[in-house]
Design a protein around this ligand. Structure first.
Ligand SMILES: Cc1ncc(COP(=O)(O)O)c(C=O)c1O
Length: 411
């Protein structure tokens, strides 16, 4: 491995045409895209906006681009292309998955979901209660917003078939020890469906290292177009019931789980995410010929260091402000959190803070962020949820200082 330079933030920022005088801290909602993504989508629409799969030139080039995208998404997370379901969003992917797994369940079987999760990895599973499946809730501690592993141990039993939980909360930014939880789930004879949506923009992904059964993330939060990716272990996808037309065979993965097929131009745009990562890798770490997911692990380590620096600055500010209650872990430690911060200020209406920051061109947001059950459990509904400031590697320390200075004015 070459000697790593720290993340060159000017170089990073030069890749994103959408960065401007606004300091953008709404990244957990969606990230900007680098020029490479725009170019890949544009190129697809310029040269290959035809139906793929035929033999004429534009069509076969379109097919090639879609296959490349599928291949790269698989390599990015250390999976095989047939294990990658590309859909419109994570919510839709889990909805389709829940329907596909329907025949696996018998009345009295149990599924565990959490109340820390975004609704995407919860609501679709709750619906299976209509089949007589018992849906149990792994409740977070309402004081700390932590999912305690001991509580999961109490819920697991021989009827547990599936445990659905988040690797990183989109509210607290806390990183859960997914590998340890998955091990425990497997020891109980169940499968794990892990939401990596809030994790993927910050840390490298490796489904084999986790030994995860189902894994989901959204590429519009990973510097790409508005799509979602569902990984499933090959054996599980083969056993799941197809959700596509009757003539799409049960062995035709992943197509049998992509009703309507993929959005072509956006799928081609996914290649641009990898172009961007490759550009950053080359700039900081040289070419290297290790597998893509390993090179990304090196690159994301640099991003994590930078994020930790941003997080430390914000945590220092919070530490000095007793009226501001941070939800979740009060640490900048990159092994413990992503730089997504949610907080409330006394009983004040959370909507006040993003509004105040508008004139300073600092973008944050308030609300429940579709983690309704979490916000309800925290008792923060009456004040319109939490205020959330979420950073990614393209944010600068100067932007965090602006955020802090203008927040300070309203505390
Ligand atoms: C943690 C988490 N999971 C799932 C989702 C849902 O993703 P999508 O919008 O792709 O359905 C989100 C979106 O905000 C999220 O933050």
């Amino acid at each position: 491995m070459s000697q790593a330079k720290p993340l060159n933030i000017d170089f990073v920022r030069s890749q994103f045409p959408g960065l401007n005088e606004w300091a953008l801290f709404e990244n957990a909602g969606g990230t900007l895209v680098p020029q490479s993504v725009i170019e890949r989508i544009g190129a697809y629409m310029t040269d290959t906006q035809v139906q793929p799969g035929a033999e004429y030139e534009a069509s076969s080039l379109a097919t090639k681009r879609l296959e490349t995208s599928q291949q790269l998404m698989a390599e990015m997370i250390n999976a095989s292309p047939e294990e990658i379901v590309i859909g419109p969003s994570t919510t839709m992917n889990i909805y389709v998955l829940a329907h596909a797994l329907w025949p696996w369940f018998r009345p009295g079987d149990e599924i565990i979901v959490t109340n820390l999760d975004h609704e995407a990895n919860s609501g679709a599973w709750w619906r299976l209660a209509e089949l007589g499946v018992i849906v149990k809730e792994w409740l977070m501690d309402p004081e700390t917003a932590e999912l305690e592993i001991e509580r999961l141990a109490d819920l697991l039993n021989e009827r547990t078939r599936l445990v659905c939980f988040t690797q990183c909360s989109n509210i607290t930014g806390s990183i859960n020890d997914a590998a340890a939880i998955i091990r425990m789930v497997h020891e109980a004879g169940a499968l794990a469906c892990v939401d990596a949506v809030a994790f993927a923009p910050h840390r490298a992904l490796d489904v084999k290292a986790l030994d995860v059964d189902f894994y989901v993330f959204s590429t519009y939060k990973l510097y790409g177009p508005h799509l979602g990716i569902l990984y499933g272990k090959r054996e599980h996808l083969l056993r799941a019931r197809g959700q596509n037309h009757f003539f799409i065979g049960e062995d035709d993965i992943p197509l049998k789980l992509i009703p309507g097929g993929v959005n072509h131009e956006l799928t081609a745009g996914l290649i641009g995410i990898i172009d961007y990562f490759e550009t950053l890798h080359r700039h900081h770490l040289g070419d290297g010929n290790a597998a893509l997911h390993l090179r990304l692990a090196e690159l994301f380590a640099l991003m994590a260091d930078h994020e930790e620096t941003l997080a430390r600055r914000f945590i220092d500010f919070i530490d000095a402000k007793s009226q501001l209650r941070l939800i979740g872990r009060k640490t900048a430690d990159k092994t413990q959190r992503a730089p997504t911060f949610s907080f409330v200020v006394g009983n004040r209406d959370s909507r006040e803070f993003p509004r105040h920051l508008l004139k300073s061109r600092v973008a944050i947001r308030s609300g429940t962020f579709y983690a309704q059950r979490c916000v309800d459990a925290l008792g923060l509904g009456p004040q319109n949820g939490v205020v959330r400031a979420s950073m990614v590697h393209y944010n600068s320390l100067e932007e965090v200082d602006r955020l802090i200075a203008h927040l300070d004015e309203v505390l």
